[in-house]
Design a protein around this ligand. Sequence first.
Ligand SMILES: Nc1nc2c(ncn2[C@@H]2O[C@H](COP(=O)(O)OP(=O)(O)OP(=O)(O)O)[C@@H](O)[C@H]2O)c(=O)[nH]1
Ligand SMILES: [Mg+2]
Length: 436
Amino acid sequence: MTAATWNSRRIVKYIVIYYCLLFCVGLLYRSAITGTAFYQEITLNDRFESTSLDVLHRYDSVRRRDLLSGLKISSSTYNDDTVNEEYGGLNNSTRKENAVLLMLVRNWELPDALKSMRALEDRFNREYHYDWVFLNDVPFDERFIEATTMMASGRTKYGLIPTEDWNKPDWIDEELFESRLKEMERQKVIYGGSRSYRNMCRFNSGFFFRQKILEEYDYYFRVEPDVEYFCDFPYDPFEIMRSQKKKYGFVMTLVEYKATIPTLWNTVLDYIKQDRHRDIDKENSLYEFITDWDDVKTPKSLVQPTDNYNMCHFWSNFEIGDLNFFRSDEYLRFFDYLDRTGGFYYERWGDAPVHSIAAALLLKQDEVIHFDEISYMHAPYFTLPQADYFQLKQRCICPYKEKNRIDFRDISCLNRWWKDGTGKKFMKETYSMGGV
Ligand SMILES: Nc1nc2c(ncn2[C@@H]2O[C@H](COP(=O)(O)OP(=O)(O)OP(=O)(O)O)[C@@H](O)[C@H]2O)c(=O)[nH]1
Ligand SMILES: [Mg+2]
């Protein structure tokens, strides 16, 4: 054997040994990793299980599962009882208050109406079975009735709004109205050129509570199509309204577009003047909440103080109210005075500022409630309980970006509510001691 052959054999041998070693080290490394992973998996599983067991019954009392009486009909289920006509409905009801879930809606909004219903049923009503009332300015079609009935856990009723409660009154000057519509459209005021939107706002301001179908109820919860409730309700808000003698409840408060209500406040001031303290008691009402200009994190630049209304209002697409407040002579007098000016048509007064100003003038401070613990989304804004503890306890799922959470945005009036309403005691104390 030549020296060269011997050398090359040796090289081959070393290479083989090198790769064998590499393979063995690889094997050892892999089993070490999987061993650790396996070990980690076991301990993690244990930890998950014990955490899960730990919380399993922690919130039983607040989740009120004990009140669940059977499956609601809108659930996907194999339970034969759900097709039994005796099943569900009022016989099985745990509802306690004389209250109704109320939706003004158009037939073509059915998918969005179902979306809102599904969320409210799942998060609240499936445990209470409150009635649903649907209102429309044209008759509901069969599909709408069928699908909403199946989605509801309580009774469903459908009301056709009389034309005199919906349409523009005869005394509105047609020419003036036309020119205002065009002008507001040109100025790109939101819904500025819409006739039906004006009918809707006037109806929601002065006529919804007069509908025959609502006569039997004391409280209503307004629901719009395409809204969301993404945490469990921690209580029955109707029960809170009755037991705490509340007349108006809200979740969001923000500033209104000035362009939609240029003369509303002056009209309100005229009303206050002629009222001569009959209905309005500025001291004990929420007058301060809507006229206060202190800088409580709502930059003044957002709203020009051309008059002393600070534009704060409760966002009425969510509202829980006492129907008897709206039926009262005080409210009717207020609404009629505004209505006679034609502002619902010549401008585009929304039901939100109208309800809010009425509540602020005619109710006592503690008759309005901020439902702090209820989550809600109406595009583009949402709100949800602040504390992480409540978000967990109420099983919140919030898919939205924090920037659209209204409460701490510049346009929110929540800070003002905390100061001037029945909000946070510390805000009142801080301001009464001379500011922050
Ligand atoms: N029956 C009926 N309902 C209407 C009409 N216009 C609006 N509504 C309902 O009135 C409520 C308010 O209307 P929206 O279109 O949601 O008005 P908004 O909340 O100010 O604006 P967006 O939700 O941003 O469009 C909703 O429940 C609508 O379904 C209408 O012409 N007829
Ligand atoms: Mg809406």
